[in-house]
Design a protein around this ligand. Structure first.
Ligand SMILES: [Zn+2]
Length: 476
């Protein structure tokens, strides 16, 4: 599948060109050569994180300044070559991103150096916006989870000389200005509706980074005959090419991207994209229905959300990741289910979800609750099936069943919790009536009920006083 996708886009392109150096610095240098003459450059750290660099593209467009990646303590040779033709240098980020030593060496070589530095990435983006000064568009992203979204809009930001405004996903960071047209980039789970409303912004979003990227291209480059293609997971090339690509747009290409938008276009592959998509059949193998020790990226995703830094009584080693296939409400098989559960119940969970899959039991979605900022209410309202989320029983230091990862909530929107006459989530009131026939509603004796209870799990629908119809738990 990987091969056919990439071959399709290459054979159906009108023309294909490649800008690729021996590494990211060399690629950036080759890009800078194509930009033409410039007198200003913007330096970003490209080795650790793109945190500060995320906001650089608007400034790049406003100043016609190529973005040049450097390391914290030194400037690679090719980057130095790109910098040599400029007399003004902006450094994005503090000493931890690009050191004073690097700054001093530039000053010593006669450059005028300006450092744009906030106490965090959000503040840095505010300072970049201040420097841009007047602008007619603003692009709002989640500064912590919206890296791909920020990169996706980077060429538009460069074209418009418009700031990319980093936020925490929920609260405005820069004051809304009159006469500025704002766009929120990314779905409501990364940039909330509240945030969107605060800026009276339009939203551009898709189900994944590729679909969001296509929404951006359709909006801002509807008639472009040429597209720059960058790797959708290694984002540095998308950032460095944003200025060059400003009039044409950047398409993210990856293993899961729909590349039909590239058909008939002049394609410029930037950086590693072509080799990566041309690698013959090296599919990412996902292991299903098997307890997996949490890998680093899973832990990173959970850190500070479902697994707070001050968690007590549970650690990553106690948990397992179980990838599951499931039968969706669309009557199709889905392969993106992820459950985080306690290792003591992980084998059970594998068998249970294997049973549900074989029985084609409808489950709408099974995502990590971290995609909802570990907010149970948001996850429930979205009818998301999930398990582990750190929490203590109110007023105690005892982990709740979900806090241990030994409970699972199934299709919570249609299987609410009913407690003291109240229904959770509140929008699920109609489904407190269990005589209804609704897809995904758990009934005593159905395949879901049996898959759990036959393995010793208890159903919250059988509780005497309150009822928790979504909830199954294993008493240890
Ligand atoms: Zn529950």
């Amino acid at each position: 599948m990987l091969t056919s996708t990439s071959m399709a886009y290459i054979t159906e392109a009108a023309t294909t060109e490649t800008i690729r150096g021996k590494d990211r610095y060399d690629t950036a240098f080759k890009i800078s050569e194509k930009v033409g003459s410039y007198n200003t450059v913007i330096l970003v750290n490209s080795t650790s994180s793109l945190a500060d660099g995320l906001s650089a593209s608007g400034l790049s467009g406003a100043k016609n300044a190529p973005i040049i990646p450097v390391r914290k303590d030194d400037i690679p040779e090719q980057s130095l070559k790109a910098i040599s033709s400029a007399s003004n240098v902006y450094i994005i980020g503090g000493d931890a991103a690009i050191s004073k030593k690097v700054e001093a060496s530039l000053i010593a070589s006669g450059k005028v150096v300006n450092r744009i530095e906030g106490s965090n990435r959000i503040e840095t983006s505010q300072k970049v916006a201040d420097l841009i000064g007047s602008y007619s568009k603003g692009f709002i992203v989640n500064g912590f989870k919206g890296e791909a979204d920020a990169m996706s809009i980077s060429s538009v930001a460069a074209r418009e000389g418009a700031p990319i405004i980093l936020t925490d996903g929920d609260n405005p960071s820069i004051e809304k200005k009159n006469g500025v047209e704002y766009y929120v980039i990314g779905g409501s789970t990364v940039a909330s509706n509240k945030l969107q409303a605060a800026y009276s912004a339009k939203r551009l979003a898709g189900n994944d980074r590729y679909k969001t990227n296509r929404a951006i291209l359709n909006k801002f480059y509807p008639n472009s005959k040429k597209l720059y293609c960058a790797n959708g997971t290694a984002l540095i090339d998308a950032l460095t090419v944003s200025l060059l690509a400003k009039d044409n747009g950047i398409a993210f290409v990856g293993n899961n991207s729909d590349n039909s938008i590239l058909k008939g276009k002049d394609i410029v592959n930037v950086g590693k994209v072509e080799t990566e998509t041309n690698k013959p059949n090296k599919p990412i193998t996902v292991e299903y229905f098997k307890p997996l020790i949490l890998d680093q990226s899973t832990k990173n995703k959970m850190k500070g959300l479902s697994m707070p830094d001050n968690a007590i009584g549970i650690k990553y080693d106690d948990l397992r990741r179980v990838n599951v296939k499931y039968w969706g409400f669309d009557n199709k098989a889905h392969t993106d289910g992820v459950l985080i559960v306690n290792k003591s119940v992980a084998n059970d969970v594998c068998s249970i979800f294997n049973d549900l899959y074989k029985a084609k039991y409808p489950i709408e979605k099974i995502r990590m609750i971290d995609e909802y900022k570990a907010d149970d209410e948001s996850s429930m309202k979205d009818n998301n099936t999930s398990s582990f989320c750190y929490r203590l029983i109110a007023g105690t230091k005892v982990l709740s069943k979900h806090g241990k990862g030994v409970a699972i909530d199934i299709n919570p929107l249609y299987n609410p919790q009913v407690k003291n006459g109240k229904v959770y989530p509140s929008i699920s009131k109609p489904y407190a009536d269990r005589s209804k026939n609704v897809k995904g509603m758990i009934k005593k004796g159905d395949a879901c009920y049996k898959a759990f209870t036959s393995r010793g799990w208890k159903w919250g629908g059988n509780w005497k006083n309150s009822k928790d119809y979504q909830h199954f738990e294993k008493i240890q």
